[in-house]
Design a protein around this ligand. Structure first.
Ligand SMILES: Cc1ncc(COP(=O)(O)O)c(C=O)c1O
Length: 397
């Protein structure tokens, strides 16, 4: 994988701030976009800015065709059996909310999540308590605890594949097997996994999978919910209106087929087309190459951080943390670390609780600094980062 060549596709790297290049290491939040994605989106607005699935004119037919193509690209990317198992949503958050609100959960049923979920994978299930649907947790990554918590009342397991807090992944294949033996359905939050390694829904036998376009070189405002078709058939539509019905009278309506019944109102067509282009781009690079590249950079940074005595959150083996390094430096607040890196060398990282407030609160921590790497980061950038961090450590020692 040639990161230097890849960078040539990203117009943002032509930009300098205060005469210095940009070092972007916040890709777990949002990734940068290559020209291919930007141009695909512009093509929609410039050449056929119409509505899919409704108007029979030339523009209408073209958008319908492009949206279908993007759906097929996404289907193949995660190896779904059928094209209509791909539902376009706004993002991972909306995909999880769709399941939380559409699955036929009844009073007394339980949803099991890990103790390290993003707020988007936690709050929708906390809200279900209003309907007397219980929520309980297992310790992230702990199979024994998972097995213990998997009681008969657990109707849904909803959990992250890879944590955005520290980059650590769970043994989801085994977890899915155990959940199915228990008669529980499984929804995986793939926001931090799908962009970084091969996720094969058929092989995993997962029931539902959620992910976001903006974390995988695609546009913001577009996400995906994958679901096995027979399970999607059983969901109650969540948001309903235009395009979700075939016909209506003053008293009733006839619901649309899948996926349309879950894609209410005029859709983010530029986003869908841009996401298709992003998936093509990632596929060309190869997910295996991306995973190796991130691990190499992570190994280097983690090794240097260890020499500096910096505390890393999560699995200490860098191979197990994809492209994420979540850390704290004694004597200096994580917001200050991020601020200093930004000011001194245009190094953009995240600081705070990364929307996993619950975990930080339970561990009496007020957050961390988080580096997150992707296809365009280079060893040279990591060296600049390490040098800046060394200066920060010297400042407080
Ligand atoms: C693991 C995880 N789940 C869910 C989300 C929410 O994603 P979105 O804001 O795209 O809905 C994020 C975003 O950072 C995430 O990292």
């Amino acid at each position: 994988m040639n990161a230097e060549k890849i960078r040539g596709d990203f117009p943002i790297f032509k930009k300098q701030i205060k005469g210095k290049p940009i070092i972007y290491m916040d890709s777990a939040c949002v990734t940068l976009k290559p020209n291919q994605v930007i141009e695909a989106m512009n093509r929609y607005y410039k050449e056929f800015p119409a509505c899919a699935g409704r108007s029979a004119h030339t523009f209408g037919r073209k958008v319908t065709e492009e949206v279908h193509k993007a759906r097929v690209i996404v289907q193949k990317f995660i190896n779904a059996k059928k094209t209509n198992e791909i539902i376009f949503t706004k993002n991972t958050t909306e995909s999880i909310n769709l399941i939380a609100n559409s699955l036929d959960l009844k009073e007394g049923d339980t949803v099991l999540t890990s103790d390290k979920e993003h707020n988007s994978g936690l709050i929708p299930f906390q809200l279900l308590k209003r309907k007397s649907i219980h929520h309980k947790m297992f310790q992230f990554g702990n199979l024994e605890d998972f097995r213990d918590k998997l009681t008969n009342d657990v109707k849904l397991v909803s959990t992250v594949i890879t944590s955005n807090l520290d980059g650590t992944s769970q043994p989801v294949e085994e977890m899915i097997k155990l959940a199915h033996q228990n008669g529980s359905l499984v929804l995986l939050d793939g926001a931090q996994a799908v962009p970084h390694r091969e996720i094969n829904v058929k092989k995993l036998d997962v029931d539902f999978l959620a992910f976001s376009g903006h974390k995988m070189l695609g546009p913001s405002g577009i996400g995906v919910l994958y679901g096995k078709l027979d399970l999607l058939e059983k969901l109650k539509p969540f948001v309903i209106g235009g395009d979700t019905v075939k016909n209506s009278t003053y008293d009733n309506f006839e619901i649309e087929d899948i996926p349309k019944r879950f894609e209410a109102g005029l859709q983010n067509y530029a986003g869908i087309i841009g996401l298709g282009e992003a998936v093509k781009y990632l596929t060309e690079i190869g997910l295996k190459n991306i995973a190796v590249h991130e691990q190499e950079l992570n190994r280097y940074i983690s090794g240097e951080f260890a020499k500096l005595g910096i505390e890393i959150i999560g699995n200490l083996d860098s191979e197990k943390r994809s492209g994420i390094i979540s850390f704290n430096i004694k004597g200096i607040h994580h917001h200050e670390v991020a601020g200093m890196l930004n000011e001194s060398a245009n190094i953009m990282i995240r600081s705070g609780m990364h929307c996993v407030h619950s975990w930080f609160n339970a561990h009496n921590l007020d957050g961390s600094a988080r580096i997150s790497l992707y296809v365009y980061n280079t060893k040279e950038e990591c060296e600049v980062l390490v040098n800046e961090i060394k200066k920060t450590v010297e400042l407080v020692s």
